[in-house]
Design a protein around this ligand. Structure first.
Ligand SMILES: *[C@@H]1O[C@H](CO)[C@@H](O)[C@H](O)[C@H]1NC(C)=O
Ligand SMILES: *[C@@H]1O[C@H](CO)[C@@H](O)[C@H](O)[C@H]1NC(C)=O
Ligand SMILES: *[C@@H]1O[C@H](CO)[C@@H](O)[C@H](O)[C@H]1NC(C)=O
Ligand SMILES: *[C@@H]1O[C@H](CO)[C@@H](O)[C@H](O)[C@H]1NC(C)=O
Ligand SMILES: *[C@@H]1O[C@H](CO)[C@@H](O)[C@H](O)[C@H]1NC(C)=O
Length: 274
């Protein structure tokens, strides 16, 4: 189903929302933009052409990875639900960048043989980020400067590294936070129960663990050079015959370096503080 058809079959909100897009102005705000909105799973979301195109782009994932499509849309909607629940927060977010950074954050999981996003040697997060940036650039939009592109790139590459984000820009942080709402655990108080319910009803997660396990195993099979020394290593070690040793690049480099260093600098004093 084309996205336009999908949209027209849903209740379309006519109101615009204030979010932050550089170079456009929103009434009452010098930095915000008046953005078109619509509702998905009863969550108000930003609805620019770029966002519509991103949602249409990931439709290609549906036939063989429906769990992935649902995971991507849920990540976006969880973030949007948290913003709708806090106007102060919402006004400080680049809602269009957030939509792209969540909807496209796992392009590198695409298991189709002809996937345009699958490299042989990069981690899937980087494949995904490069794919998302390329997708935006192809639209030739004048309000997408290098800073916005980099926020999307960073939000996607850092998706699994929530503990590394202190001091990072709020837009990249919220792309990662929105993906983290997908992690198992209790519901987050920043999202209303009724929003959780409507998102999970429309985009169920009932095969997400099986799908993720299979995708990670496939990544280890299809590009061990892009999984070694990442957390996907564990899936290669566990499930892929012949995958070989789990990577321990930094450990190997440093411990081997210690022996060389002692040989080269036998007279230096090193005081252990352990
Ligand atoms: C709303 O968001 C603002 C800005 O991020 C934050 O300071 C505030 O604590 C949030 N309010 C609630 C109730 O979570
Ligand atoms: C963007 O610009 C390139 C190069 O000028 C052009 O080939 C392409 O068709 C344009 N794309 C859109 C969506 O306008
Ligand atoms: C999956 O959705 C169910 C509700 O359908 C929810 O109870 C559960 O917490 C969700 N699991 C994850 C990992 O989000
Ligand atoms: C994960 O997927 C691999 C490959 O299909 C499979 O061998 C393994 O049993 C799966 N793990 C679990 C816990 O089901
Ligand atoms: C280390 O000290 C010894 C004894 O003073 C000296 O003979 C040797 O040349 C020194 N080695 C290096 C690499 O400086």
């Amino acid at each position: 189903m084309k996205f336009q058809t999908l949209i027209s079959s849903l209740a379309v909100a006519t109101a615009a929302t204030c979010g932050r897009i550089p170079s456009k102005s929103c009434s009452g705000s010098s930095t915000g933009a008046a953005l078109p909105t619509t509702k998905l799973a009863n969550i108000e979301v930003v609805n620019t052409q770029l966002v519509q195109d991103a949602l249409e782009l990931i439709e290609v994932l549906k036939p063989i990875q429906p769990y992935l499509y649902n995971h991507l849309v849920r990540s976006w909607l969880y973030g949007a639900a948290a913003f709708n629940n806090n106007e102060t927060l919402k006004a400080s977010i680049d809602l269009e960048a957030h939509a792209i950074g969540t909807l496209l954050h796992d392009l590198g999981w695409d298991m189709r043989e002809n996937s345009p996003w699958h490299s042989s040697d990069r981690p899937f997060e980087v494949d995904s980020a490069l794919g998302a940036v390329e997708f935006i650039k192809e639209h030739n939009l004048s309000d997408w400067d290098a800073t916005r592109l980099e926020k999307v790139y960073d939000g996607i590459t850092l998706q699994g590294m929530g503990t590394y984000l202190a001091g990072k820009n709020i837009d990249s942080v919220w792309m990662v936070q929105s993906v983290e709402f997908e992690f198992p655990g209790p519901r987050d108080p920043r999202i209303r129960d009724e929003d959780y319910d409507s998102i999970q009803a429309e985009y169920p997660n009932d095969t997400v663990f099986r799908g993720t396990n299979e995708t990670f195993t496939w990544l280890a099979i299809s590009k061990p050079d892009g999984t070694r020394n990442t957390f996907v290593d564990y899936f290669g070690t566990a499930y892929v015959p012949g995958y070989g040793e789990q990577g321990h690049l930094a450990f190997d480099l440093i411990t081997a370096g210690v022996a060389d260093e002692i040989k080269n600098y036998p007279n230096s004093t090193f005081q252990s503080n352990l």
